[in-house]
Design a protein around this ligand. Structure first.
Ligand code: HRO
Length: 310
């Protein structure tokens, strides 16, 4: 029988599955549901220095092929998630904290507070929020990304990860990976955030379906699986000293398996978790175990990066 247990940055995980930041992780009630679920770990909502209520509603809509959102970084402020992380039972499963400051100075302040708390929580720095009006995605501005990582790695010397947006050109894969590779403490790369600034239109009402930004928002779900797999594999190939977390388009064990083949060490679930609820993790664990057993794989590690080319 194959095991789903795995190790990542020295932490033990009973399963490679976890939530994508933003889904089921806004407050302690949601986070507790993830703690009790069959997920291998969990991550908190991307936080800012101060609490934010986010963009006006409706700001998330599911469609037959996935979802569109422009939440606008609603969160309780970093101190809320830091308090949660201080009270967290790390024997149960590992915890990630997502940080998405609105400026370099904000990120440094939050990162310093997390550092000073000296917790086992693992930081994922979000460089790719597509939905704050007037704030472009940092990871689409390579010089801003380089400056951010230079400053953050001076302040925070523990291994941490970055949440990346999707890229669509080999030149951009190359340039982004080259920047990340300058920072050895950037220990993992999470690919991908939602594909930003898409537009879903309802034919009957002849209208956009979410209110913020005239209907523009980040898409997830079935729409993004091939783009997510491409980005996982592109960074897996280009960043041999880093780990990759796959995120995007996962709603069955088969899609988890594809992320592992592409090079993911852990796999996050966003839209499908939002739609199905935390019971999805037990289903995905079972489906993944069945596929691995059928194909003769005895561990998650043995699948990782085994993608064949023609
Ligand atoms: O809160 C959001 O609007 C949001 C964030 Cl921070 C993000 O990183 N990705 C996304 O799809 N939505």
């Amino acid at each position: 029988m194959s095991t789903l247990s795995t190790r990542f940055l020295g932490h033990s995980f009973a399963s490679p599955l976890m939530n994508a930041s933003g889904v089921y992780c806004l407050d302690v009630t949601e986070l507790k549901a993830l703690e009790s679920s069959a997920s291998g770990s969990l991550i908190t909502k991307s936080c800012t220095l101060e609490a934010r209520s986010g963009n006006p509603e409706p700001r998330y809509i599911a469609t037959p092929l996935g979802s569109i959102n422009s939440m606008g970084l609603p969160n309780r402020g970093y101190q809320y998630y830091l308090d949660y992380a201080k009270s967290f039972d790390y024997q149960r499963k590992p915890l990630f904290m997502s940080v998405a400051g609105l400026s370099l100075a904000d990120n440094l302040k939050m990162i310093a507070a997390i550092r000073d708390a000296a917790l086992p929580a693992i930081v994922e720095l979000n460089l790719s929020c597509p939905n704050v009006p007037g704030k472009p995605q940092i990871a689409y501005d390579f010089s801003a990304m380089d400056q951010m990582l230079a400053a953050v790695t001076r302040e925070y010397t523990q291994p941490f990860g970055v949440k990346m947006p999707p890229y669509f050109d080999f030149a951009h894969f190359d340039e982004a990976a080259a920047i990340l590779n300058r920072y050895p403490t950037v220990a993992f790369v999470t690919c991908i955030n939602s594909i930003g600034n898409a537009l879903v239109i309802d034919t009957e009402t002849e209208s956009v379906v979410i209110k913020p930004k005239d209907g523009f928002g980040g898409i997830g779900g079935d729409y993004v699986l091939p783009t997510a797999l491409a980005n996982v594999n592109a960074f897996y190939r280009r960043c041999p000293d880093k780990l990759v977390i796959g995120c995007g388009g996962v709603k069955t064990g088969e899609q988890v398996f594809q992320h592992l083949l592409a090079g993911a060490s852990l796999v996050q679930v966003g839209t499908a978790l939002q739609e199905e609820g935390e019971g999805i993790f037990a289903r995905l664990n079972t489906e993944l175990s069945i596929i691995m057993a059928r194909k003769g794989y005895s561990s998650v590690e043995s699948v990782r990066g085994k993608l064949k080319t023609l």
